[in-house]
Design a protein around this ligand. Structure first.
Ligand code: ADP
Length: 535
């Protein structure tokens, strides 16, 4: 049933509904009175054509109602519209049989007669009236039976069968038209009254509804037109007279009202969906704005906190270096020197992590720019290796360094040092004592790239994990990395920094045997050394 839940779209006030219904009823009665005053009989040579046009229009509208209701049901799943869909395909077919049985049409399974046409007519009206009553009663109740798709199909088969049986058994059925007297039988007239009563009951059911909407108004108007149609058919005394014509007209009008209700329902559905979409869009935009604000706050917080942490850490490193300088701070025994070194190394490790986090936050916020300058790859690698060598010695891991041809490249020395440092500390972490880590760096002029690679004889990485290790906070084995320490951002940061250099990281790894990370950077002409703001 046409239903609208969105407030303010088309709910109607009761007074408005009743007054509009009374207006429609008054218009219909005026039309009836007009026909009474200007009563005429349509000439026999014209009537069949006029009748056919009205009937076929009715059939087309009935089929459209059925189709529209079906799609309405498909999207909304309401029992009322499913009933309408089934009822109107039956009504359309019965009315089609009625039109084909009329005088002037070729014989339809045997000789045509007014009685045959009237039988199909009254059958169509009984189906129409009871169907609409059932649809109104079912209303917006949900129905999602699996067999619902077969219902219109079943209705078509049953109607075809009924049409065939009606034609075959016409002689056995009670007559609807008396050809001798040229009038409808009293049974036909009573049946028309019964149809009117059923339609009136459906109308009352709608009037009783608390929250009526435009769709309900159209349906009530359709029922009123249906009642008027039946009334006209009880009034006619000649099959070609003005009342008969008016009855057909009302019938088409009744179908059109129902179609209008369905079209409006569909349009309102689109309106509602659109309205909802706009609302959701606004909500999303607002959520997005809040997220951006929260993100900015987070960035600011991280930047401030990192700064707050870096300052005391730098002081710890500086003072532990000063204390280690025996000329300045006096003689230290071996144990004191060891403790001091531990303090310095731990503070440096912490500073490296904070710098990494700060750098990653900056990259995410689009605030990090590269300082591309002519630099010696050999020097950069040697410095990072020298910084890390004591830790390798401590853990008992061999650290080999080889340099291939070429030395000068253009890049951000500080950032590339960070990349190498992260890869080297990972190699150290994931290689057992006695293992070997080999660093190789050089320039491949033919390939137009420079590279540095770090291979280890460590735990290796399973093939299924190689894509994930660059994700932020990702650690292959939480337990082992907890043992080794780590935050899960080292490779993310390395990958981002290499990407910023338009390079890539290649990984070859054999689980249980070791891994090799190779950073490949495109060679930029030395003349392109322009991006360093402070230079
Ligand atoms: P983490 O701080 O945990 O080292 P990374 O982003 O640097 O974070 O590395 C992510 C994960 O990738 C590590 O936790 C580890 O599981 C795996 N990984 C990185 N380098 C190696 C390596 N050389 N050998 C084995 N696994 C590695």
């Amino acid at each position: 049933m046409p239903s609208v839940n969105h407030p303010g779209i088309n709910k109607l006030a009761n007074g408005w509904f009743i007054s509009r219904m009374l207006l429609v009823a008054a218009l219909f009665l005026a039309l009836n009175a007009l026909v009474g005053v200007f009563y005429f009989i349509v000439p026999g040579n014209i009537y069949p054509t006029v009748h056919m046009i009205l009937e076929f229009t009715g059939v087309i509208v009935a089929m459209s109602v059925s189709l529209m209701s079906w799609y309405d049901y498909k999207y909304q799943g309401e029992a009322g519209v499913l009933i309408l869909s089934v009822v109107f395909v039956m009504v359309g077919m019965m009315d089609f049989a009625h039109s084909l049985s009329y005088f002037g049409m070729p014989d339809f399974f045997g000789a045509n007669s007014v009685n045959k046409a009237s039988t199909f007519w009254i059958l169509a009206r009984i189906i129409q009236a009871t169907g609409i009553l059932a649809a109104v009663a079912a209303g917006q109740r949900r129905y999602s039976g699996k067999k619902s798709a077969f219902m219109p199909l079943m209705a078509i088969i049953v109607t075809l069968l009924s049409i065939y049986l009606t034609v075959i058994c016409e002689g056995m059925l009670p007559p609807m038209y008396d050809p001798v007297l040229g009038v409808q039988t009293s049974l036909k007239v009573y049946l028309e009254y019964a149809v009117m009563a059923v339609m009136a009951a459906a109308t009352l059911l709608i009037l009783q509804k608390a929250d009526k909407n435009k769709g309900d108004f159209d349906l009530a108007a359709a029922l009123l037109a249906g009642i008027m149609s039946e009334m006209a058919f009880t009034l006619y005394s000649n099959a070609y007279d003005a009342y008969n014509l008016l009855g057909h007209l009302y019938k088409v009008l009744s179908f059109v009202f129902i179609l209008r209700a369905l079209v409006e329902e569909a349009l309102e559905g689109i309106y509602r969906a659109n309205h909802e979409l706009v609302r959701k869009g606004e909500e999303l935009a607002e959520a997005n704005r809040q997220l951006r604000a929260a993100d900015r706050l987070k960035d600011e917080f991280l930047a401030n906190t990192n700064h707050e942490l870096k300052t005391p850490l730098s002081a710890i490193i500086a003072f532990s270096e000063l204390m280690a300088d025996e000329e300045n701070a006096g003689q230290l025994n071996e144990l004191q020197r060891d403790y001091l070194k531990e303090i310095r190394d731990s503070a440096q490790a912490l500073l490296d992590r904070i710098n990494g986090l700060l750098c990653l936050t900056g990259i995410m916020g689009g605030k990090v720019v590269l300082c591309q300058e002519k630099m010696s790859l050999k020097e950069m690698v040697s410095e990072v290796v020298a910084r890390n060598r004591p830790a390798f010695v401590n853990k008992g891991i061999n650290l080999d360094v080889t340099f291939a041809d070429g030395e000068w490249i253009v890049g951000d020395k500080e950032k590339l040092s960070m990349v190498l440092n992260n890869l080297l500390t990972n190699a150290l972490k994931f290689t057992d004592p006695g293992g070997t880590v080999a660093v190789c760096a050089g320039v491949d002029r033919e390939a137009g790239s420079s590279f540095f690679s770090i291979s280890d004889t460590g735990i290796g990485i399973e093939p299924g994990q190689t894509g994930s290790i660059y994700k932020m906070f990702y650690q292959v084995d939480g337990a082992s990395t907890r043992r080794q320490g780590g935050t899960g951002i080292g490779l993310t940061l390395a990958a981002r920094l290499v990407e910023m250099h338009h390079g890539r990281i290649e990984l070859e790894s054999e689980y249980g045997k070791g891994s090799k990370f190779t950073v490949i950077l495109p060679l930029i002409g030395l003349e392109e050394d322009k991006t360093c703001p402070q230079k």
